[in-house]
Write a new protein. Structure first.
Length: 236
């Protein structure tokens, strides 16, 4: 659905289809839709993407992508054909790793994430810290490849469509209705929309889990001796 269609559907569920004679105006509806869009994307972790950034010699701290929501994986490209995943550590583990030689340079193996903007202008969502601190990789900088769930792009034009799967567009409207019902001080409808939203999200997540499970095809690692199964091949 487009923003215009989601707005119309939201108004139908609210029972306020006449925007010129309603308690809730279109600006408020659109604001609620965009807030709901962010909530749905967080609850479903449905907007996976990646970004890349070159390392600098002796620099351990790198900004997260501006639209970052949740880390999935951090890899380092050593060459154009060789990549390795880095191991995430929490604050205490990272401090123990770097204790006594924080500036040690080499090929990064570990990382930590510090979440939170440092100002209200650039609004950086946080930083990645690497250890060992990147060296010059033989004259060719490493490339950081961050796989993450991103924040959705706001819908500002009637023709804009959410980046989320179409099956979640109705959930956006239900969550927007839940927010807007607060203006009416209608606790009953607030809970009705909360419940209907949760049902939609659970349905999507169950479907997502089913799709991911069906993509996993286990290899038959068992050897056979006649009609009897033995231990998996390679076991002693």
């Amino acid at each position: 659905m487009t923003l215009s269609e989601i707005r119309d559907f939201t108004r139908i569920m609210l029972g306020e289809t006449d925007s010129s004679n309603s308690y809730v105006d279109n600006t408020e509806v659109d604001s609620a839709i965009n807030i709901a869009l962010t909530r749905v994307s967080i609850d479903t972790e449905a907007l996976m993407t990646f970004s890349t950034d070159s390392t600098d010699v002796g620099v351990e701290r790198y900004s997260l992508p501006f639209n970052f929501s949740q880390i999935l994986q951090l890899e380092i490209d050593i060459t154009s054909t060789l990549s390795r995943p880095l191991v995430q550590k929490d604050l205490d583990e990272y401090s123990l790793l770097t204790y006594g030689n924080r500036a040690m340079q080499g090929q990064p193996v570990f990382y930590k994430i510090e979440i939170g903007a440092t100002d209200v202008v650039t609004s950086s969502p946080g930083d990645l810290w690497l250890y060992p601190v990147p060296d010059d990789n033989g004259g060719a900088d490493y490339v950081l490849r961050v796989r993450y769930n991103k924040q959705p792009t706001a819908l500002t034009d009637d023709a804009h469509m959410p980046e989320l799967h179409p099956s979640l567009h109705e959930a956006i409207a239900h969550k927007a209705c839940q927010f807007l019902s607060r203006k009416h001080s209608d606790g009953r409808r607030y809970m009705e929309f909360e419940n209907s939203y949760n049902v939609m999200i659970r349905s999507y997540m169950d479907s997502k889990a089913s799709r991911e499970a069906s993509a996993f095809i286990p290899k038959n690692v068992y050897g056979r001796m006649g009609n009897a199964r033995t231990k998996p091949q390679g076991w002693r």
